[in-house]
Design a protein around this ligand. Structure first.
Ligand SMILES: [Zn+2]
Ligand SMILES: [Zn+2]
Length: 251
């Protein structure tokens, strides 16, 4: 199985990441990918770029060297009642948002609190993907969240870094979450959450879980650019129109 789109990466604009946009493009090209997304941390994280970073990405071409570039954000789920750290004025500059729990922003609490925060974040209508939900520091009620995600057309990310070097203990949660998604006939995206170009497009462990549980490729929304752009179009994102001709000729 090949996944042609990576929905989650960090460049040197976040200081704990180590590659430039150009290095990511070169890596995407080398790996035969179609598209990837820049998703720096939202403003509540200590190493978030200055807010101007998000607005000024209009200078980045949509397509560089044959690779399409999406301009997203990894926003923070805020406690206690949910909601995201995306300032109103930033929304129009974003192709999509991932909503994630991060320890510096959200002190881990109870299963009930996490469940409520995730669902409230989705209800803002400002996020399209839930990030690294397998983190064992943030247990939640799987059925409730997956049902709400399906109702609100929000995808669940299976984060490959959680299965290799981040958020230790995520693996069994990721598998259980994916089984729950399968049971509810809902959809995922696979992401690398790369902090260095070498990791872009790395989905090996996620694909392995999909194989183990028989999760169908047709419900991995970022398997190809056309499918992921159609999803963004369902959320009224103009990038879907902007890249329609390009994706038609690349899928
Ligand atoms: Zn994260
Ligand atoms: Zn990340």
């Amino acid at each position: 199985m090949q996944i042609f789109v990576d929905t989650h990466s960090h460049t040197i604009a976040s200081t704990h990441a180590y590659s430039t946009l150009g290095e990511y493009v070169a890596e995407a090209k080398r790996k035969g990918m179609q598209m990837f997304s820049l998703t720096e941390h939202g403003p509540d994280m200590p190493d978030s770029p200055h807010p101007w970073h998000f607005g000024n990405r209009k200078v980045i071409p949509r397509i560089i060297d044959g690779i399409a570039i999406l301009k997203g954000i990894e926003a923070n789920i805020r406690e206690p009642s949910g909601g995201l750290d995306i300032p109103e004025g930033m929304l129009s500059y974003l192709d999509f948002a991932i909503a994630s729990f991060h320890e510096p922003v959200f002190t881990p609490g109870s299963k009930k609190e996490h469940t409520r925060a995730i669902i409230n974040s989705m209800k803002t209508g400002h996020c399209q993907i839930l990030g690294h939900l397998g983190n064992p520091n943030y247990p939640f009620h799987h059925d409730e969240v997956i049902k709400a995600a399906k109702d609100l057309n929000v995808l669940v990310e299976i984060n490959n870094s959680s299965l290799t070097h981040s958020r230790a203990g995520s693996e069994k949660n990721c598998k259980a979450i994916m089984e729950c998604i399968d049971k509810h006939d809902w959809k995922v995206v696979f992401s690398s959450d790369a902090h260095i170009a070498h990791h872009l497009g790395e989905f090996t462990e996620s694909i392995e879980i999909a194989k183990q549980i028989g999760f169908p490729e047709s419900r991995i929304v970022n398997q190809n650019a056309e499918r992921f752009l159609r999803f963004l179009g369902e959320h009224g994102k103009s990038v879907a129109v902007e890249l329609a001709d390009w994706s038609a000729s690349h899928t």
